[in-house]
Design a protein around this ligand. Structure first.
Ligand SMILES: Nc1ncnc2c1ncn2[C@@H]1O[C@H](COP(=O)(O)OP(=O)(O)O)[C@@H](O)[C@H]1O
Ligand SMILES: [Mg+2]
Length: 589
């Protein structure tokens, strides 16, 4: 019996996870408690009207005692006034607590989100992320508290009205209460009915948001490939799914209120029939009967809405469940507890028998062994899809090797404190992300404490000085979201200036010039040459001159290193590199 009760209680999310919830309520617990306490009187006052009707009817109307007639109207006005004031406080307090808690949770989730490993962003769409990290929190917090307010108000209003029923006639009350219980029963089966639809609704809602982000980020592609109809059609289909799910939800929940309505009507009919009889046998005064019926009619509204409120509360709880599941998840790539801080690189980098796969059982890299001495420039060449990017991405721990190790100065990167590891590495990609803001803001991301002199030097070294001098606002020019107001080469040089400011001993360049035309490539190449000076460089490049001058050339194919050496050694070997070289390196990166 107790076991079953526990089981039933466990069906309620609040019972299962009160610790999580309490953590966020704790800072505001006084207000939260006040918000709930206020609903007691708000609910109970409903019964005052019904309750006062009995003496009013019996004394004023039946006994015609006019002297006592003044107090009922005054009572009603006074109580309604108080009820309104308390109602306002309840709404205010609830919203306040709800907003505060949802802000706190969102802040925590956002921190978590930005720390997630690359795999997380490979797996999740932007829609899912917005939904889980933003919308769900709103549904959970604001919904939960507001619905809880309505729910508790209604419960107290019901309880006090039931009190009025019993005071007037316990016999009639038995009938009324049986009917009410019958009307409430369907609610208990609700959770089971809607759980699966809810989770489908969430994922299809997330799908809709992804459409918007794709329409936004991919608008050039959409225009150039004339994808309007295609996208609109796909969006229509997604909307249809949402529609179907929404209607299914209505089918399963919408029936509750009408059902309760019907059962309660039967109850009222039964009460009127039986009440008339009780008056006839003098078991009930006419005033008592009127009071009873009034209470019963007033009871009808809260009981009927308890269905909807409970329903809404369940949805908030489910959202809360998803939010807390998310909060429980830890980013997989973190500093180890015994991690060491490093400050600079003294000897070099070593890949030791590194194997890697993005998807289980589909090896991308196998048996990678590589030694990079400090100050060396290592060029990676090979056919597209061979694994070059993957190989360099393992160094800053964007991903973890499946087996094998990567060492910096003899320390496994997994044992190096993550921040200090990434502090040592500056990366310039083929496509660099710029944030909405000014050129200056984007450059100083590399080192927020940079002085004017350092910034000027970085700008000059990145060959940006002429371009910036030509701008009215110079460094303080807005670049537009994602840097759309800059050309490809200018964006690339902003990214290089950022890397300069970071002044990291290791530089990774992943096809930093391959998206550019010849003219802008030459300038960017100059900037890159400046950046490479006196640093340890891992460069994935298609330009012959860059590759030829490297201290070491690593030829990668199908996830393996097939050749390694400097330019003349590899040419003499007449192997893969020789073939690539003759076919004109620039076509194959
Ligand atoms: N995020 C990812 N998730 C799954 N597979 C990936 C991912 N990135 C790259 N791959 C796959 O890994 C292989 C190597 O890719 P990559 O390292 O980018 O090659 P390269 O830089 O030499 O062109 C390719 O087959 C590619 O499809
Ligand atoms: Mg690549």
């Amino acid at each position: 019996m107790i076991e079953r009760l526990k089981q039933k209680l466990n069906d309620f999310y609040i019972v299962r996870n009160y610790k999580n919830i309490y953590k966020y309520v704790k800072p505001f617990w006084v207000r939260a408690l006040a918000a709930i306490l206020v609903t007691f009187p708000v609910g109970m006052m409903d019964s005052v009207i019904a309750w006062t009707l009995r003496p009013y009817m019996d004394v004023v109307m039946i006994e015609k005692n006019l002297e006592s007639s003044w107090y009922v109207p005054i009572l009603i006005i006074g109580f309604s006034l108080m009820q309104s004031a308390l109602n306002y406080s309840a709404t205010y307090l609830n919203s306040w607590v709800g907003f505060k808690i949802s802000s706190d949770i969102k802040a925590d989730l956002f921190k978590k989100l930005i720390h997630y490993e690359a795999t997380f962003f490979d797996r999740n769409t932007s829609g899912t992320v917005v939904f889980k990290f933003h919308n769900d929190v709103d549904t959970a917090c604001n919904g939960l508290l507001n619905n809880m307010k309505l729910f508790t108000t209604r419960v107290f209003s019901s309880v006090s009205l039931i009190g009025v029923l019993i005071i007037n006639s316990w016999k009639l009350s038995i009938v009324a209460i049986i009917v009410l219980l019958a009307a409430l029963y369907p609610l208990t089966t609700l959770r089971k009915k809607i759980t699966d639809i809810m989770s489908k609704t969430v994922s299809s809602g997330a799908g809709i948001i992804t459409f918007f982000s794709e329409a936004f980020n991919g608008n050039r592609i959409v225009a150039s490939y004339n994808l309007y109809d295609y996208l609109a059609r796909k969006f229509d289909e997604a909307l249809k799914v949402v529609f179907t799910l929404g209607m299914k939800m209505v089918q399963r929940t919408g029936i509750l209120s009408p059902m309760m309505h019907f059962i309660i009507s039967i109850g009222i009919a039964a009460v009127i029939w039986m009440g008339s009889y009780l008056i006839f046998i003098n078991d009930l005064t006419p005033g008592g009967f009127v009071s009873f019926i009034t209470a019963l009619l007033l009871l009808y509204q809260p009981i009927k809405s308890i269905g909807n409120d409970y329903n809404a509360m369940q949805m908030s709880m489910m959202a809360m469940e998803r939010v807390f599941d998310l909060l429980k998840e830890e980013p997989k790539i973190q500093s180890a507890p015994d991690a060491v801080k490093i400050n600079g690189v003294k000897k070099g980098i070593k890949y030791q028998n590194v194997c890697f796969e993005y998807v289980e059982k589909r090896p991308i890299l196998s048996g990678i062994n590589l030694d990079i001495k400090i100050g060396e420039t290592v060029a990676f060449v090979g056919n597209s899809g061979g694994g070059k990017t993957t190989m360099v991405n393992l160094l800053p721990r964007f991903y973890e090797p499946k087996s094998g190790k990567i060492l910096i100065d003899g320390i496994d990167v997994q044992k190096i404190e993550l921040d200090s590891l990434r502090e040592q590495i500056a990366i310039v990609f083929q496509d660099n992300f710029l944030f909405d803001g000014t050129i200056r803001e984007n450059i100083v991301l590399g080192n927020s404490a940079a002085k004017k002199k350092q910034i000027d030097l970085a700008v000059k070294s990145a060959c940006l000085d002429e371009f910036i001098a030509s701008l009215d606002k110079g460094l303080d020019t807005q670049i537009g979201e994602r840097g759309v107001l800059l050309s490809g080469g200018q964006k690339q040089r902003v990214a290089i200036a950022r890397a300069f400011l970071k002044n990291a001993p290791i530089v990774i360049l992943d096809e930093a010039t391959s998206a550019l035309d010849n003219k802008s490539e030459a300038v960017v190449q100059q900037a890159i040459n400046n950046l490479m000076k006196d640093r340890t460089v891992l460069i994935i490049a298609h330009r012959l001159s860059t590759v030829r001058n490297a201290d070491k050339i690593v030829v990668v194919d199908h996830g393996k290193i097939v050749e390694m050496g400097n330019h003349s050694e590899l040419i003499q070997k007449k192997g893969t590199y020789y073939a690539l070289y003759n076919s004109g390196l620039s076509t194959i990166s």
